[in-house]
Design a protein around this ligand. Structure first.
Ligand code: SF4
Ligand code: SF4
Length: 328
């Protein structure tokens, strides 16, 4: 598989600096029951990397010491980490808002039969990827049978109160098929709401549109199909300066399955660690670990490590883990 990383390192992306830490995003490992075409972490059923319990305890200590109010769990399929439920219970006991980035179909994996009830019981916010409301588009990206299982999972979540009870938020994530920007979030949300309700009786809170990042598996597809430079030109030409103030890395810390730190999940996948003022370079070997941060929690004001892929966050209406950056 070709790698876009060497093409992304040199950049003229404007300097950005960290502000107050609000969200700790934890990648619990690369194990997943699916292997989607656009997956920026190259997750799949054969991956064995999973965060261990000692690192999970450090994440909880980080929540205590920083007072971060949001714990955003990602993967792979985060629920497949054997310590997922412990982490959720402990974070919720601390009053932390927990987001589970759920691929929906994981609910039908062996051992996950009680997952939906567990999430509801702990009022975990579910952010679920559903690349389209039509079967063909979903299965092109995610594989055969995924659409049917996703719909069943959404119906199950609805039956527990998700999308209806204000304490049980259910958000969906859309990312385009191919090398194009997502359409306007509000209009697409209205389409999703109408179609999912009419076709399947499904309700949800918000739709987040996310720009495909030119990294990992999607980056390799761009290179293989000769679309990389056109896509980068599209991202650069669609730069919107106002999105710079709200890029998610300003208030988020991303932690990999081994406890190493990054400004965001994309940098994590590109092995671009959090800036390390004590190192002369910012090579992967000078990456900083969670245990180090527990001694010194001051992140505010630190420069964010950027690359050409950052134009993916500022293109058009902007893109983040919470969808478009601009309202409307
Ligand atoms: S469900 Fe998510 S983590 Fe799993 S392969 Fe698909 S995009 Fe990657
Ligand atoms: S990819 Fe986006 S979130 Fe990550 S460092 Fe660049 S601008 Fe920030």
């Amino acid at each position: 598989m070709q790698d876009t990383r060497p093409l992304l390192l040199a950049t003229d992306f404007p300097a950005v600096f960290r502000s107050k830490l609000e969200t700790v995003q934890v990648n619990l490992g690369y194990l997943c029951n699916l292997s989607c075409v656009h997956c920026h972490v190259n997750a799949g059923p054969s991956r064995t990397e999973l965060m261990d319990l000692a690192t999970i305890e450090q994440v909880l200590t980080l929540l205590d010491t920083t007072g971060a109010k949001i714990l955003d769990l990602t993967g792979g399929a985060p629920e497949m980490n054997p310590h997922f439920r412990y982490l959720v219970e402990q974070a919720r006991a601390r009053g932390v808002r927990v987001i589970d980035r759920c691929n929906l179909t994981v609910m039908f994996e062996p051992g996950q039969e009680s997952l939906a009830e567990f999430l509801a019981q702990h009022q975990v916010e579910v952010t679920a990827s559903l690349p389209c409301y039509s079967q063909d588009n979903v299965e092109d990206q995610r594989g055969k049978g995924v659409y049917h299982d996703s719909i069943r999972a959404l119906q199950r979540l609805n039956s527990l109160g998700y999308g209806k009870d204000p304490a049980l938020r259910l958000n969906l994530v859309y990312n385009p098929v191919g090398a194009v920007l997502p359409p306007p979030q509000e209009a697409l949300q209205a389409d999703y709401q109408r179609e999912l309700s009419q076709r399947h009786g499904i309700v949800f809170n918000e739709l987040f549109t996310i720009t495909n990042m030119p990294i990992s598996r999607f980056g390799a597809v761009l290179l293989a199909q000769g679309q990389y430079y056109d896509y980068m030109t599209l991202l650069r030409n669609s730069f919107s300066e106002q999105n710079l103030d709200t890029v998610m890395c300003k208030s988020m810390l991303s932690i990999d399955w081994q406890g190493y730190l990054y400004d965001c999940d994309f940098n994590q996948m590109l092995a671009l660690p959090l800036a390390n003022p004590s190192a002369a370079d910012n090579k992967p070997q000078s990456r900083r670990h969670l245990s180090e941060l527990l001694q010194d929690v001051e992140l505010k004001g630190m420069p964010i490590v950027t690359g050409e892929h950052c134009y993916g966050c500022t293109a058009g209406q902007g893109s983040s883990c919470g969808g478009a950056l601009e309202a409307g």
